[in-house]
Design a protein around this ligand. Structure first.
Ligand SMILES: *Cc1c(COP(=O)(O)O)cnc(C)c1O
Length: 410
């Protein structure tokens, strides 16, 4: 610990000469990627259930321990296809969290379903199950919860609730590839789960997603629907869209999967460094992962208590921005405060959502991922400490490098 207070204006400005982003893509082996793309070019098989897509699906199914993986062009269309395949359509209500990326709600809105927003559970940041239960009405068809920042939803309670009320249970697992719930991989819960492999997610396929399910009949419908309603025998069996994944995406997805353990190790190291460098800083805490589960640690989210920290999240974000740290207020505002939902709150948010309002004022996502090294994490924390109370970052003695072992991420 070094001597006197560190004043913000004593730091070089900007602290970082290059912008530090929250979500730079993780890139695996370029050679492997290029080999796979070359293979697709040789085969002249670019899309429609190509060998790379099949291999990617098999790998995802294996890793998540589910019977079926249906790769799609992105998670948003994945949610649409999954909901439609379950018969959810215009006027049907689906209970969703407000504290999520707006895609969760927009996907439903786009097919005419009505997202009804629920309150959050403060510990997990996912749906408050008691409030979900209160929102269930005659038009409710499904619950779609989100494993926000890779922290699993209250899966057991939701499973029970959905069964009692005869509702479908879906999970937006866009953040949670490689995470576990009760030591079982995310992917195998509810009726189906939907992953995103968009460029900024933990595993990426440039753009892409997957629906995973243990339901054989549902998987057949999903495969047909993502491909203009065509079945394996090439007959048109019903309504469909184009939600296929193509070979180049699968090439990246497979390559990305090969490096997933490395991505996790880096994320976990960064996460621990943030925890240690920010330890004891008044009004700032790193949102915890569940100590009993594995997490991909793809998101490092701090909560800023404006009273204790002496400045609001927005002010802290502005300070970081001046120093070229492009921290993001994920997720703020809550979905119920975004159009088109806020114009019809009676329909979309019949109850006030004070916990969502409170958390969305406090959260800030910090840069991590393979593009962010220990020195960058330290720099971000120096800026945060200088802005809040002028304290120096603590010295860290123990080595936190290369800890890719089976230890749960905290
Ligand atoms: C990224 C994201 C999505 C959408 O994923 P796309 O593949 O871009 O469609 C959905 N839900 C959440 C929570 C996300 O973060």
């Amino acid at each position: 610990m070094s001597g006197g207070p560190v004043r913000l204006d004593s730091l070089p400005t900007p602290y970082f000469s290059e912008p530090l982003h929250v979500g730079r893509p993780n890139v695996g082996s370029r050679d492997r990627l290029m080999e796979r793309i070359d293979g697709a070019l040789e085969r002249l098989w670019f899309t429609n259930d190509g060998p790379l897509v099949r291999e990617f699906e098999a790998r995802v199914a294996e890793l998540t321990q589910v019977r079926h993986c249906v790769a799609v062009s992105n998670a948003t269309t994945g949610i649409q296809v999954a909901a439609k395949a379950l018969g959810i359509g215009p006027g049907d209500e689906v209970i969703v969290p407000s504290f999520t990326w707006v895609a969760t709600a927009h996907a439903l809105d786009w097919i005419g379903a009505v997202p009804v927003f629920c309150e959050l559970d403060e510990e997990t940041g996912t749906a408050d199950v008691a409030h979900v239960e209160r929102l269930i009405g005659p038009r409710t068809r499904a619950i779609l919860d989100v494993h926000v920042f890779g922290r699993p939803a209250r899966i057991d309670e939701l499973t029970k609730l959905a069964a009692e009320h005869g509702l479908h249970l879906l999970f937006d697992a866009a953040h949670a590839f490689g995470c576990t719930y009760r030591s079982k991989p995310i992917g195998g819960f509810g009726t189906a789960e939907i992953f995103s492999f968009q460029a900024t997610k933990f595993v990426n396929s440039f753009e892409g997603g997957a629906i995973v399910t243990d339901d054989d009949a549902l998987a057949d419908r999903l495969r047909a629907m993502r491909h203009q309603g065509l079945n394996a025998a090439h007959e048109i069996t019903g309504s469909g869209t184009v939600a296929r994944m193509h070979e180049i995406s699968a090439a990246m997805g497979l390559t990305s999967l090969e490096s997933a353990d490395h991505f996790t190790a880096i994320n976990r190291r960064n996460y621990r460094l943030y925890e240690q460098y920010l330890d004891g800083l008044p009004g700032v805490r790193v949102r915890p992962q569940d100590p009993n589960e594995l997490s991909n640690c793809q998101y490092v989210v701090i909560e800023v208590d404006a009273v204790r920290a002496g400045l609001h999240r927005d002010e802290l974000q502005a300070v970081l921005q001046r120093h070229n740290v492009l921290a993001r207020a994920y997720f703020s505002p809550g979905c119920h405060s975004c159009e088109p939902y806020r114009s019809d709150l009676a329909r979309h948010a019949p109850d006030p959502l004070p916990k969502v309002e409170a958390l969305t004022e406090r959260v800030l996502s910090l840069p991590t991922g393979t593009a962010v090294g220990p020195e960058e994490v330290r720099g971000v924390c120096r800026i945060l400490r200088a802005a809040v109370d002028g304290s120096a970052v603590p010295e860290i003695h123990e080595s936190t490098e290369g800890d890719a072992g089976g230890r749960p991420a905290r």
